[in-house]
Design a protein around this ligand. Sequence first.
Ligand SMILES: [Zn+2]
Length: 168
Amino acid sequence: MKLMRIFSLLILSALPFACGRGLDAKPALKKIGGLPKGKRIEKSDAEWKKQLTAEEYYVLRQQGTERPFTGKYHDHHEKGIYLCAACRLPLFSSTTKFDSGTGWPSFFAPVQRENVEELADFSHGMTRTEVRCGRCGGHLGHVFDDGPRETGLRYCINSAALIFTDRK
Ligand SMILES: [Zn+2]
């Protein structure tokens, strides 16, 4: 039943885009989720550069991808929550983490739907769905539909975009 709710939520949030609201909207942009505007964090590029490590900045602000099997969380199995490395918003829980064998931390669901936003990404000659932090807009990774049966989704996330905490 929970799955049905997630699916109907997905369909509902995608509806305005499917109906082609606003011809000026970029067709490539299919934004789902994300917190309301007042709850979002907006910083200049210079501010992010100052705050983040070089690796975090490359992934979060320049849509970079860390090399597989090199990040700190692909083989990490502690119980807790993975926060956005830039703004500390809770993004993924260890309870939805699974071993995808890809070399990147993989989850079948975010902690809350609105904590991530998803956008169509046509870069590098591929059609993928980019996943960003719903509060600061930082690039996290991509989501694919070949995940485990719980949701069928595989959130393929860069370790550099995450900070783990075991605090409740
Ligand atoms: Zn964030």
